[in-house]
Write a protein of this length. Sequence first.
Length: 466
Amino acid sequence: MNADPRGPASHVEPHPASVHDDAPLRGRDELILPFVRACKPRTEFRIGAEAEKFGVFEGTYAPVHYRGAKSVETILRAFVDHHGWAEESEYEGAPTIALRRGDGSITLEPGAQLELSGAPLPHVHLIVAELIGHLTELKGLSRELGITWLGLGFHPFARQEDLDWVPKSRYAVMREYLPTRGANGLDMMRRTSTVQANFDYSSEKDAMRKLRVSLKLAPVTTAVFANSPFVEGKITGEVSRRARVWLDVDPDRTGLLPQTWHEGAGFEDYIAWALECPMFMFKRDGHAVDNRGQRFRDFLENGFQGHRPTMVDWETHLNTLFPEVRLKRTIEIRGADSLPTDIFAAMPALWTGILYDERALSEAEALTADFTHEELAESRRRIPFEGLRTPFRGKPLQALAERMVSIAMGGLTRRGIVDRDGHDESVHLRALEALVAKGLTPADQLLEGLVDGADLKAQILKRAAL
């Protein structure tokens, strides 16, 4: 299951589905194949969760860099030595940029944010256990280094110039390209963190239905999980700086994709949009070929410097598109800030309840049927500042969020998957349900009683530590 916009998380490169994926594409008709191949019976549906976090040094609040005596690289080696993870790099001899163990992976975002990209699992109880296991390993390795990990959507202390660059070829291209497309590209890359969730689909119709509903509810997802009220050691007055950043990154590859909302939408509608999105690069023999700005349609028709596109190139390109919900071999829900441990599971739980229960999905579909792109786009502009207080159709967005949580609770209850204590998956939504009922976001809760002052950084560290 994949991660944030900045590149594939659970795979360093997409895993080919057949021996033909390295062969040149023969035409546009083949572009549908990754989506068709991904369709599976409902009995095989799984959930994949992803969780990023920032590492900072206790006492100095300085960010943890990729290299150094006490670094992310040090921690990656310790994962390998002590917990059975295997190193992955872009090509032989290249730096380690990911780890793999079974179906899960640990990857790095451009500013050395560490991410768990979890294995595809059948229910939310197992996702919680997976995260707890990961954090137990991570904190054990970090303790002697004096490193604390923070679950926030935007780095609370670091300036851009304080941060490192992870040595991944895609990031070097993005570092140059994105600032030409929007004001916040570098902040998106190095100063944001997220929690995401990935879901399966059974058919083209099922995929597009789930995509449509989740895109229309994406602003609510962002508001409900807003959790980035600090920038450079100060309280900003926002609830989500991360959400604000995403409003100005790259208009070609971000947003709510209203062209996929109509009832007859199919894979071809998503493909048509993706074809017009500029590329960053593609790889040959593990090395980057920089064709930044070339639209995939042009690459398909004309190639680049003698190279012809392959299925691997197409799937890599799909992983560099950043809509609020992304269609790949899964439906990837992307709008949430990184979260504290006690509410992390609410994000995958919320969308499991909606997308994996037919009644809940129908209720969400009916709820959002007449939503317009214009009103949702306006909500997105206000949510970073107002959270659940954002007006929507004459009421605070809280009302819509409460309905969304209620629909998900019903779906999880009907799934009836219980843990050893007899709790179904809706137990993982209880804390979120209580928060939303008060009209509060995680950021609002985090800010309670906090004021700017000499000990603010210490208080942030204490409250946001995972």
